[in-house]
Design a protein around this ligand. Structure first.
Ligand code: SF4
Ligand code: SF4
Length: 140
């Protein structure tokens, strides 16, 4: 199906509405179940903040996945504080964590499959998709 012309705007409105009703500190599911991609600049920044050598940080926490990206060795994320779902490296967290669940990207057309997958992980994304499905049902 061809995406609507105002796809980005529809997502941004739905994203804001979904996150008004969602407190990530009550959830933490992304940090518990999936790994962000760690870009080189993320690794450099986080290793520095932890006062670790990049090589030691990578050996302790990261592995290279099938697509050649650096990801966490374990889940939940070792930086997630399980008692309150806060991030122990919040100010230095990977860019991918900052942008998750990617539903307020400037251009959404390239991440629709990812968004569908994230609906299985993130209750806010699930709400967004459900809202679109309900609206489509009403238009029928
Ligand atoms: S670095 Fe922080 S925000 Fe990113 S997955 Fe780990 S706990 Fe979550
Ligand atoms: S899965 Fe979604 S709602 Fe839950 S913490 Fe992550 S971004 Fe927030």
């Amino acid at each position: 199906m061809k995406p609507p012309k105002d796809l980005d705007q529809q997502f941004h409105v739905a994203h804001n509405a979904a996150f008004e009703r969602t407190d990530c500190l009550d959830c933490g599911n992304c940090c518990k179940t999936t790994s962000p991609v760690f870009k080189r600049r993320d690794i450099t920044r986080i290793a520095k903040s932890l006062r670790m050598k990049i090589s030691a940080f990578s050996a302790q926490y990261l592995r290279m996945d099938e697509e050649g990206d650096w990801v966490l060795q374990t889940a939940p994320c070792p930086f997630l504080q399980l008692d309150d779902n806060t991030c122990g490296i919040y100010d230095d967290r990977p860019q991918a964590c900052n942008e998750y669940p990617h539903t307020n990207r400037k251009s959404m057309s390239g991440v629709l499959n990812l968004t569908e997958q994230n609906a299985q992980i993130c209750p806010a994304v699930s709400r967004i998709i459900q809202g679109f499905m309900n609206a489509a049902e009403v238009r029928k």
